[in-house]
Design a protein around this ligand. Structure first.
Ligand code: 1CP
Length: 345
């Protein structure tokens, strides 16, 4: 049995599958309990712990898909970069990549990612057969932006400066990330991931041309190379501002485009090639609201998809740590009650 998530993408049925960005995380008491005992990177690199965290939201809510518990910033570690996560600050690369020497100092240390494939195997053995396992990686642009900035940034100043004034060097950074990303995604699928998602969160900082050149073209390279290697699993693209940039991803070969909450799903559904699936797009802040508003918002999104394309219900971005747990359940119930009403009518 393939379950709702995979069969929705292959258009075999019309029940709307649901999972949520950052569904494993601090809003869950069972996550907080484990988090007290480990650092974030310790959790990511300990297969039994990462597998347990991946499965927690499935046990509690029965989502149609589980997403591997890891982070997009593990690929720079495979390029030899030191990474730390500091409480209250977030990710930090103490030696950011800013010069030609820095780029030349990048290595290939892909063995560091081996424990993550073990996590994928463990999760697959623990998940119910109807729950799809999604593997993921960051796209070269967003991952490179953290490597160049040295951590989170409000405007990606160093990244965009390098992009426009030292384009060749910038492309070299992207190519380095591209290389390890393809290998990383390939190996996740061989370990048991049944779908992939590529995160390019910070395309929201780019203009149209730069988004095409430094994000969409690289996503296309990833998808093309994976397909050439015989990887046939569905691939979803996620970014902030995909409500503006989605046309750029229609020709990258991805199967599904995830839409942020600014987008009008009805208009995007009418516009986008119907062979490409949509995912989205509830504003996670709506989950601070009362049950009836959440239900209305969810039904409005489900009802916006009028074509026969694959549709996966999700949030426009990730769940916040203080989201009330019952609101997550209300949103899931609303998706399922919508599917039931439309299937019966
Ligand atoms: O302290 C904690 O408990 C850690 C918080 C946390 C978690 C739960 C981080 C730190 N990463 C994660 C897991 C994570 N990250 C997942 C796992 C699966 C799930 O959704 O349940 C995924 C898919 C990611 C992807 C990720 N990491 C993205 C892309 C998606 C997005 O949120 O836009 C990005 C940008 C990151 C970087 C990152 N990881 C963590 C932090 C604090 C940050 C920085 C975010 C920023 O710069 O604003």
């Amino acid at each position: 049995m393939s379950g709702q998530y995979l069969s929705a993408i292959t258009s075999e049925n019309n029940q709307i599958p649901v999972w949520m960005m950052r569904q494993a995380g601090r809003y869950l008491p069972e996550y907080r309990e484990i988090r007290q005992q480990h650092s974030f990177l310790e959790m990511v690199y300990t297969p039994s712990v990462a597998a347990e965290i991946t499965c927690q939201p499935i046990r509690r809510f029965g989502f149609d898909a589980a997403i591997l518990f890891s982070d997009i910033l593990v690929t720079p570690q495979a390029l030899g970069m030191a990474l730390r996560f500091t409480e209250g600050i977030g990710p930090e690369f103490p030696h950011p990549i800013r010069t030609k020497n820095d780029v030349q100092s990048l290595k290939r240390d892909i063995r560091v990612l081996d424990p993550i494939y073990e996590t994928v195997q463990l999760v697959r053995s623990q998940l119910p057969s109807e729950t799809a396992l999604i593997g993921f990686a960051g796209a070269p642009f967003t991952v490179a932006s953290y490597m160049i900035e040295g951590g989170s940034s409000k405007d990606l100043k160093h990244t965009k400066k390098m992009m426009v004034s030292e384009t060749r060097l910038f492309q070299e950074v992207l190519e380095n990330v591209l290389d390890v990303t393809i290998d990383y995604l390939d190996r996740q699928v061989r370990a048991g991931a049944e779908a992939l998602q590529i995160f390019d969160t910070w395309i929201s900082h780019l203009d149209w041309d730069s988004c095409e050149k430094y994000s969409a073209q690289y996503v296309k390279k990833i998808v093309t190379e994976l397909r050439q290697r015989g990887i046939s699993v569905p691939i979803t693209f996620f970014g902030k501002q995909t409500s503006v940039f989605y046309p750029l991803y229609a020709s990258t070969g991805v199967n599904v485009i995830s839409i942020d909450w600014n987008g009008d799903m009805r208009q995007i559904d009418a516009d986008l090639d119907p062979s490409i699936g949509l995912q989205g797009n509830l504003d996670p802040f709506m989950l601070y609201g009362p049950k009836d508003i959440i239900q209305q918002k969810v039904h409005r999104i489900c009802n916006a998809i009028q074509s026969n394309r694959p549709f996966i219900f999700n949030l426009g971005h990730g769940l916040m740590p203080d989201i009330p747990i019952e609101a997550v359940q209300w949103a899931i119930d609303a998706v399922r009650s919508y599917s039931q009403t439309t299937t019966l009518s």
